[in-house]
Design a protein. Structure first.
Length: 164
């Protein structure tokens, strides 16, 4: 009989990858919302940034990002970024700014599943940061490019923890 090979191991859902992330040109918007309204409001901002990129004639280059600036029990400040091939030559629409995506040494955690379960990643992040004894500079969620069209139970989000 032919020798059998063991099946490949399943991907580790708790794997943490350490990477150095380079800056990319981006269009972005900032704002404040409540945690309760965040999903709806951020979806609208993703759409506005996509429209701005099209109007400015720049190609999107990667998945949308959300950097959480500050939060408390009710409100959250954010910066939503859409990476682009190059910064536009023209003036962006009102409320849209140009800049770069966050860069530097970061830990990457991947979430694949219901959006409601995303908060489980943050418990893993706390554990990993404590275990490594590192300080966090910022946290950025990178949504799959089809996140708005994905069923809510199959959302893919990479959570980047940028280190000081």
């Amino acid at each position: 009989p032919a020798p059998t090979t063991a099946p490949a191991p399943a991907p580790d859902p708790f794997r943490v990858e350490e990477e150095t992330v380079g800056p990319r040109p981006a269009l972005f918007m900032t704002g404040v919302t409540t945690w309760e309204k965040a999903e709806e409001q951020l979806g609208g901002v993703f759409a506005k940034l996509g429209e701005a990129a099209a109007k400015l004639g720049v190609d999107k280059h990667g998945a949308p990002l959300v950097e959480y600036i500050e939060s408390d029990s009710d409100d959250v400040g954010y910066r939503v970024l859409v990476p682009v091939e190059a910064l536009p030559k023209g003036k962006p629409p009102k409320g849209v700014k140009t800049g770069q995506t966050p860069a530097g040494k970061a830990l990457r955690f991947r979430h694949e599943g219901p959006i409601e379960d995303l908060e489980e990643i943050y418990a893993r992040i706390d554990d990993e940061v404590t275990k490594r004894g590192v300080d966090v500079r910022s946290i950025v969620e990178q949504y799959d490019e089809d996140a708005l069209a994905s069923p809510e139970d199959r959302v893919v989000v990479d959570v980047w923890v940028f280190l000081k």
